[in-house]
Every structure is written in structure tokens, then in C-alpha cells.
Design a protein around this ligand. Structure first.
Ligand SMILES: C[S@@+](CC[C@H](N)C(=O)[O-])C[C@H]1O[C@@H](n2cnc3c(N)ncnc32)[C@H](O)[C@@H]1O
Length: 331
């Protein structure tokens, strides 16, 4: 594929679409037959889910994006000057909007020209890749459609790496899964590479709840989109309007927790699973956690995964942090 610019854009699948569907069938069956029903947040993101997420990032209540933007705008040049990456690999890249600050800084620092966005949403990935290619004719964009949990290790190395994971997406993983994900990141690094991680920080509950329960109802629509995805992809007839968006702060896990609560008794059929699922009024399907962090916790989690925290930058309001890590050096 070639857009208006000179450099090529390629978009390849790391996971075959049939494998993705088989995994989805297994995950949804497991989640909807569990004692406490749950669905994996990666299934929010079809084309509509990605659009809704972008809409959320533009809401004034969703402070995460503006706070992370503030940090990257101030720090991108010094980070790029220090790491001097040949390639920028981004996990869960979405619109790649904030990444533009890093890409532009990569050019100012005359380091690499290769950008590898990896996302589960093919539509979001393709449109972002084309826009980038139009705007940065010098940039080589190698888009990868896949799941960064099993697929990160499949990315071909082309020199010194900066792996980027923005938007506090790491917070969508509970501690044990986060540990495995951070270990996969460490396994994809070599000495001299770096990892840049965006993290939402613990703060007052009111501010956090407003970010996940905005008054125009975009977060609610985003949450319910997971049911539309299941209905379409797996031949389901879940009545989406019978579910309401619920968000609360879980102090024990230090995370916002999102779920969908049945407002009445429901029986739904999912053809691809050959399954009838029942919900009693008030029952919830857990859909997402958005964990919140502190510096000490990130230091510990990097350390447990074989990395060390080298830099910690926050916005002026101390709402959000960008952490830089690298491999631990042997003693
Ligand atoms: C919270 S959004 C963040 C988007 C963007 N990085 C930002 O900071 O605005 C999460 C992104 O990760 C992608 N995603 C979610 N789970 C994924 C997975 N398991 N593998 C790959 N991409 C995933 C979604 O499609 C979405 O683009």
C-alpha cells in the first residue's frame, strides 16, 4: 500500500483472522459461563469501538489524554535524544495521535525512520497508518494487526528500539496479567533499547469516576459496544438496551472497574457458541479495569519484570506519568 508520501505503508496480520475468531469464541464462552460473568476489554475495539474511544479522549472529563499530551510535548525531544531509536514500536496504537510528538521528535533528532504500530483494531490501524504516511513522507510505517499479548515477540528487530505503550492501557490488566505483559516487553528489549509507558496516577475518586462516566454518555456507549461486537461477530441476540453502564472505584485493586448491569431478566442466544445465556435483573458482566498507579508501584513492577525505571515524568497537575524503563544491567 502507498499513500501520498514516498515511504511505503504496510499492514500485516500477526494473528490470522480465523485464529482471532477462535480465540474470541473461547474467551466469550469462558466469560459468559463463569460464576461472575466477564468479557475481555480487547473486544470493545471494532471500527465503532475505536471511534468511540477517540471521542472519549476528546471529552473534558477524560483528563488522561491532555495530561499525557502535556508530558510528551515537554519531554519527547529529550527522550528521543537519549534513546536514539532506529524503530518506534507502539502497542495498542489506536489513532497514533499522541505518538506524532515522538515521531516528529525522532526526525528532529535524526534517529530512525521506522514506526511499527500494533493494534487489534484493523480499521483504526489502517486509517492511522495512511494519515501518518501522508503527513510524514519520510516515515516507514509497518502496521501490524494483532494482540500484543501473544504477538509482541513476533516483531522483527531492525535496530535499537523504543517500545511505546500510551494511554494507561497497561491499567486494563490486573496485576498478574500485567506482570506477564511487562515480562514480554522486557523479553523484546535488548541493552540500549527503552520502554516508554503512559500511566494514570491514583487521585481523588470524583475525578476518576467522571472520566469513566461522562455526562454525554460516550463511555456508556463504548462499554455497551462490546455487546454489539459479540452480536455481530458471533451471531448473538443480546438486547443491548437491557444493560446499563456501571463504573466504580475498587480501592483494593486501585482501579476503576466497568461493567454492564442487566436491568431486567434476559435470555440471549449466541449462535457461534451454540449457547443460551441467562442474566437475572441486577446481574453484571465485568468488562474492564483501569488500574491507577504510583511511582513506587511502577518501580516494583518494572523490577519484577527485569526492567529498571530510569525516568519518571508527570504533568503539572500530577495526574498522569510517563515512565521510561530499560533492561536491568547484570550486577
Ligand atoms: C485505551 S486505547 C489507547 C489508544 C491510544 N494508545 C491512546 O493512548 O489514545 C487501547 C488501544 O489498544 C488496542 N488494544 C486493546 N487491546 C489490545 C490487544 N490485546 N492487542 C492489541 N491492541 C489492543 C485498542 O484497539 C486501542 O486502540
Amino acid at each position: 500500500m502507498r499513500a501520498g508520501g514516498d515511504a511505503p505503508v504496510t499492514v500485516a496480520h500477526l494473528t490470522a483472522p480465523t485464529d482471532h475468531r477462535a480465540q474470541m469464541i473461547e474467551d466469550v464462552r469462558h466469560g459468559l459461563t463463569a460464576y461472575r460473568k466477564h468479557l475481555a476489554s480487547k473486544y470493545f475495539y471494532d471500527a465503532r469501538g475505536s471511534e468511540l474511544f477517540d471521542e472519549i479522549t476528546r471529552l473534558p472529563e477524560y483528563y488522561l489524554t491532555s495530561a499525557e499530551t502535556e508530558i510528551l510535548a515537554e519531554r519527547a525531544d529529550s527522550i528521543m535524544a537519549e534513546v536514539q531509536p532506529d524503530e518506534l514500536i507502539e502497542l495498542g496504537s489506536g489513532s497514533s495521535d499522541k505518538t506524532r510528538m515522538l515521531i516528529e521528535s525522532m526526525q528532529r533528532n535524526s534517529s530512525g525512520r521506522r514506526y511499527v504500530p500494533l493494534d487489534i483494531s484493523e480499521e483504526a490501524l489502517r486509517s492511522a497508518a495512511l494519515r501518518l504516511c501522508d503527513d510524514y513522507t519520510w516515515l516507514e510505517v509497518e502496521g501490524l494487526v494483532g494482540d500484543y499479548v501473544p504477538d509482541l515477540g513476533k516483531i522483527r528487530r531492525r535496530g535499537r528500539r523504543l517500545i511505546v505503550f500510551l494511554g494507561s492501557t497497561i491499567g486494563n490488566y490486573v496485576p498478574t496479567l500485567r506482570h506477564s505483559l511487562l515480562r514480554s516487553v522486557a523479553a523484546a528489549l535488548e541493552p540500549g533499547d527503552a520502554f516508554l509507558l503512559g500511566l494514570d496516577l491514583v487521585k481523588d475518586e470524583e475525578t476518576m469516576i467522571a472520566a469513566y462516566d461522562d455526562s454525554p454518555g460516550v463511555s456508556a456507549e463504548f462499554n455497551k459496544n462490546i455487546l454489539h461486537v459479540i452480536n455481530r461477530e458471533l451471531g448473538g441476540d443480546i438486547p443491548v438496551d437491557a444493560f446499563e453502564h456501571v463504573t466504580r472505584f475498587d480501592r483494593e485493586l486501585s482501579c476503576m472497574s466497568q461493567s454492564l448491569r442487566a436491568s431486567r431478566d434476559v435470555v440471549a442466544n449466541i449462535r457461534a457458541l451454540d449457547l443460551a445465556v441467562t442474566f437475572v435483573a441486577g446481574e453484571e458482566i465485568h468488562t474492564e479495569v483501569s488500574c491507577k498507579f504510583s511511582r513506587i508501584q511502577v518501580e516494583r513492577e518494572f523490577d519484577a519484570a527485569g526492567m529498571r525505571l530510569t525516568h519518571w515524568y508527570t504533568d503539572n497537575g500530577d495526574r498522569f506519568a510517563v515512565a521510561i524503563g530499560s533492561l536491568q544491567t547484570p550486577p
